[in-house]
Design a binder for this molecule. Structure first.
Ligand SMILES: [Zn+2]
Ligand SMILES: [Zn+2]
Length: 194
């Protein structure tokens, strides 16, 4: 977690503000069924030369929608000096003054989660809920692994507020984890728990 530099630390668990240049904004990452159908139709009718490019475009949005439905937050796109999450949260390393300052998980929480290889973006606290793209989610699904013997993906979920985590659980369980921590730990935000 190389972002944890400078910043104001607090052993009691205050989230760290990143250096002022690190800012966040939200991209519109809504993918509608209508858009997907259009992209699929464009693919199906494409001349051979254009098929691959249109396939890539369709796949990009189809994957994005699938990940949003699975509640999976991760760094899926990079721009100049920025990285974006499936929920639209975008971290800018040289942001502008009208954007919010990026806030990372506290040192105490980072310590509890140190066994999990979190992406920088996954340590930022201002993620939207998936798949609604509304509000703030303090708990995130941050990774998965394919388990052949179960014929299923298993997921890792974390809470940025209390530092709890679950590793290799079914998606439905991971989504329940997120719901519970948003309800319990999400309520602490703004009540001095921050
Ligand atoms: Zn996110
Ligand atoms: Zn929690």
């Amino acid at each position: 977690m190389k972002l944890l530099k400078g910043g104001k630390s607090d052993p009691a668990g205050t989230p760290l503000l990143l250096e002022p240049d690190y800012r966040v904004s939200y991209e519109n990452v809504t993918v509608t069924d209508r858009q997907l159908h259009k992209l699929k139709a464009a693919l199906d009718t494409a001349p051979d030369m254009a098929k691959y490019a249109r396939y890539r475009t369709w796949l990009y949005y189809a994957n994005l929608k699938r990940w949003q439905g699975q509640g999976y937050h991760f760094h899926y796109e990079s721009g100049p000096g920025s990285t974006s999450c499936t929920c639209g949260l975008t971290l800018h390393s040289h942001g502008s003054g009208n954007q919010d300052i990026a806030v990372v998980i506290s040192k105490a929480v980072a310590k509890k989660l140190e066994a999990i290889d979190l992406q920088d973006l996954q340590t930022i606290r201002q993620h939207r809920n998936l798949p609604t793209l509304q509000g703030i989610s303090v708990a995130l699904i941050v990774g998965f692994i394919w388990r052949e013997e179960l014929n299923s993906y298993l997921w890792t979920a974390i809470c940025q507020q209390c530092g709890a985590c679950e590793i290799e659980i079914f998606n439905v369980e991971a989504q329940d984890f997120v719901k519970i921590h948003n309800k319990v730990c999400g309520a602490l935000i703004g009540e001095g728990g921050e």
